[in-house]
Design a protein around this ligand. Sequence first.
Ligand code: ZN
Length: 339
Amino acid sequence: MHGRAIGRLVTAVLAAALLAGCAAPARAPGPTSPTAGPTSPTAGPTRPAATDAYAHLAELQRITDAAGGTRSTPSPGYDAAVDHVAGVLRAAGWDVDTPTYRVAGRTGSGYRNVVAQTRTGDPEHVVMAGAHLDSVPEGPGINDNGSGVASLLQIAEQIGGSPGFPSTVRLAFWGSEEDGLNGSAAYVDGLDRPGRSAIALYVNLDMVASPNAGYFVQGGTGRPKKAGPPGSATVAQVLVDELARVGAVADRTGFDSESDYDAFVTAGIPTGGVLAGDEYDKTTAQAKTWGGRAGKEFDPCYHAACDRLDNVNRTALGRFTAAVDATLRHFAAATTPLL
Ligand code: ZN
């Protein structure tokens, strides 16, 4: 649940590659993780896209199949996914919590988000990213949004739990996105004022491996409500620049109220988002820029049982993973505030 922005696209495709050199300050490369792979921002302007997120996605497919075929909240598949994700993050050295939240009108002991953060960095300056871990009941949700989850798990392994950045990096895996955005809303609602102001920015990942992929970046464009809070344009521009560095020309689009960024936008936190498109058709102009098939959905398996591992675009997954990784490093490694 998130996609209508695609139907209201900013039609002009930015010449991101041309803008990249002048629109943003030089990247602060930051400490290099000992496990940093080809997505390291120090690897040069044309570094190849990572593909390791695909292994995380394959594991998520296996876990979801073994637990009933869906990760809707609540379900055995969702619980299994929470435990799995928490385990991967702990093994990568991150400090991990699974805070519970309640949904109005529901019985039960509550549901779990997964929140992980680095053991180093200023806790009052947090660079944050998140992806919803649940799926719709109809299927395993491998593009929507196993892809965002797999991307963040790969980034967690590449950055490691003690990267030594000046800022803390925090990653969230949300429940109940497909059920009223309740996981992320409860998390933001539960923060006190200092807790909210500590979050310097939030980057949302929701569907980053659509088979007929597009490269959309949300934030800082369109009417004020769609552009997000001040600072969102800066976050979005770094995402655009980093996508350009891995060969993807991004299209800027606005926020709606259809994914987990909504609570952060509403709270006034600078926000960016990435997505590869959902049930809307790719236009002729978009197919010219990005390849793929004009007049066909970005994801024909959107919210359907066929949203499985064989439905995903590994190139898009790798590019978005690399771009988000570099964006988080850019802001977390900065020694002076960038927003
Ligand atoms: Zn989604």
